[in-house]
Design a protein around this ligand. Structure first.
Ligand SMILES: [Zn+2]
Length: 439
């Protein structure tokens, strides 16, 4: 019998598996073969195994890659352009005019790659996105090597990209066809929000999602105004309306879900709806505090997202995970709400559950894809290290992410991007700034 030869063997002082809360393997190694985690073994035993590449990371944590469950990558090019505004002022007077002038294929390709470079450097391996020019987003995903969910935005009103809901749907489905063979690229249907999408369109989305076996990604119950507006226009709250339209199902990833009553928490749980919690965006736009604790207790898969860089303004999943833990505590006045292990689970396995890929990623388990990150805890800022689970959430920063792999392929090594060009992306960001500022 010939001995198995592995592609890479990575050993580290700590491995956070996320299989069980607070499960930490000390001085273990992961053997990677054909993009998968082939074996999890004590580091001492791994020394005798044969492999093409061996990486001993010392005082690092190895853990599953972070899953950004809600974003608008291309909006990174509008980062910091207008802040500290009310939502409708921000949209009507700043964001939408700039998007109207500039959002095209090249804007989305450049902005998405810039976002992905930032996300990779911060330990994110999967992005669930929602924007326009999906072909450009998918090409950016392929260029970066990230696991990319391309959300086809659907609205009733025209933008540069489409004229009406049917046009958005048709364009999204056309662009999807070109990427069906791409393993790491998945298209989703993304009706923007209950206040921008009609009953008719929601029904079409549900039918199409079932026919084509697609996920649905939608902003829901983000602000108190949205809920009040729906009561005025439809005589019911958005969740009740969406239930009637057949939208509530395990296919649905509901972004935000800030203003929910107990009945709506129960409704989400009963229908298997997943939630993308965006603490920084909810704080910055003063939307409110999502009842994360209640949703989790009801069994809802609550993942974490950054939202777009224009409303955050960082695509920093480690910061977002820390905020999710802190905001849950201040929101409930309960310091035991969302402990560190739960926050890590939200940022990894819950995101994978929401995206229907928990059998492939989200935790460290033999047979799963090697979507992994390494975080260096040898820094002064994380000394001493009693508990790596606590440190990852409360003390470490994204600048301590040293390595990132997706399906066994390194996207970041010793903090250097391997698939994207940092200098080129910085120059491109600067050139877009000049174009946006030019009248
Ligand atoms: Zn959003």
């Amino acid at each position: 019998m010939s001995e198995t030869r592995y592609d890479t063997i990575i050993s580290a002082r700590w491995i956070i598996t996320v299989e069980q809360d607070n499960e930490v393997l000390e001085n273990y190694a992961l053997a990677i073969k054909d993009g998968r985690i082939a074996a999890i073994i004590p580091a001492a035993q791994a020394a005798s195994l044969s492999c093409d590449k061996r990486l001993d990371l010392g005082n690092h944590v190895l853990m599953p890659g972070l899953i950004n469950l809600h974003g608008h990558s291309a909006m990174t090019l509008l980062r910091g352009m207008a802040d500290d505004k009310a939502l409708m002022d921000w949209l009507n007077n700043h964001i939408w005019p700039a998007e109207g002038k500039h959002v095209r294929d090249d804007f989305v390709f450049d902005g998405s790659r810039l976002a992905m470079a930032e996300m990779i450097r911060g330990g994110t391996t999967t992005i669930n996105d929602m924007y326009f020019y999906h072909g450009a987003m998918a090409r950016a995903g392929i260029a970066s090597g990230m696991r990319t969910f391309v959300g086809c935005s659907i609205l009733e009103f025209p933008t540069n990209y489409g004229n009406n809901a049917d046009d958005y749907i048709r364009k999204g489905m056309d662009e999807r066809r070109a990427f069906l063979g791409e393993d790491l690229i998945t298209f989703t249907l993304a009706p923007h929000a209950p206040y921008t999408v009609s009953d008719d369109t929601f029904r079409k989305v549900v039918t199409l999602a079932e026919q084509e076996d697609m996920l649905i990604h939608c902003h829901i119950h983000e602000t108190a105004d949205e809920v009040a507006g729906s009561v005025k226009e439809h005589h019911q709250r958005p969740m009740a309306r969406l239930k009637q339209l057949g939208l509530l199902s395990p296919r649905l990833i509901a972004a935000h879900m800030v203003h929910l009553n107990d009945e709506e928490v129960e409704l989400a749980a009963r229908h298997g709806v997943s939630v993308a919690h965006n603490p920084a965006s909810n704080m910055k736009l003063a939307s409110g505090i999502a009842p994360v604790q209640k949703l989790l207790a009801a069994g809802v898969a609550v993942g974490i997202g950054t939202d777009g860089a224009a409303s955050n303004n960082k695509l920093d999943m480690m910061a977002e995970t820390r905020l999710a833990a802190l905001l849950a505590k201040v929101g409930t006045l309960d310091p035991t709400a969302v402990p560190a292990a739960t926050a890590i689970r939200m940022a990894t396995l819950n995101g994978a559950r929401a995206l229907g890929i928990a059998d492939k990623v989200g935790s460290i388990k033999e047979g799963k894809d090697a979507d992994l990150i390494a975080i260096d805890l040898s820094a002064l800022e994380t000394a001493p290290a009693f508990d790596p689970v606590s440190h990852v959430v409360y003390a470490a920063g994204r600048e301590q992410v040293s390595h990132v792999w997706v399906k066994g392929k390194a996207l970041l090594a010793e903090r250097r991007l391997t698939t994207l060009d940092e200098q080129e992306l910085k120059a491109s960001g600067e050139s877009w700034r000049n174009r946006i500022l030019a009248k």
